[in-house]
Write a new protein. Structure first.
Length: 141
């Protein structure tokens, strides 16, 4: 479980990085034409490393965007240092955020007919009615 300090630093880094990518100051053709959402930044316990989870919007190759971000990592780190006051600027590692894909797969699974059948409310059952068939002795009467 991350500490409050890790969460706070992660949020500061996420906000600063989002602002930098929104300004489109980066001199990379892929990053200038792609809208990138920084969904989360997870800082390590010693705050020396940070995993940056990104989602490029539109029909863009995630791998190419991550490679472009890694090429300009030094510039991004310097720009973040201007807006975030930390003793050490963490080393950034860019990763594709797969939580949205996972959420879509869970939604698709819940919408499947097989699962929907199990989730549908069942018909109310009637109380058990006793079997009133006459016995052989009663038929003779």
């Amino acid at each position: 479980m991350p500490s409050q300090r890790q969460l706070r630093v992660g949020e500061l880094l996420r906000a600063a990085l989002s602002e930098i990518l929104t300004r489109r100051d980066v001199r990379d053709p892929i990053l200038q034409t792609t809208i990138i959402t920084v969904s989360e930044v997870r800082a390590s316990p010693d705050l020396r490393n940070a995993n940056v989870f990104i989602v490029p919007l539109g029909d863009v190759d995630q791998k190419a965007v991550i490679e472009a971000l890694n090429r300009v990592k030094k510039y991004l780190k310097g720009e973040i240092a201007k807006s975030v006051n930390l003793k050490f600027m963490p080393e950034l590692t860019f990763r594709a955020d797969t939580t949205f894909d996972y959420a879509q797969s869970v939604d698709a699974m819940l919408a499947s007919p097989r699962v929907a059948r199990d989730l549908a409310p069942s018909e109310p059952t009637r109380p058990h009615e006793p079997d009133i068939t006459p016995t052989e002795d009663e038929d003779r009467d």
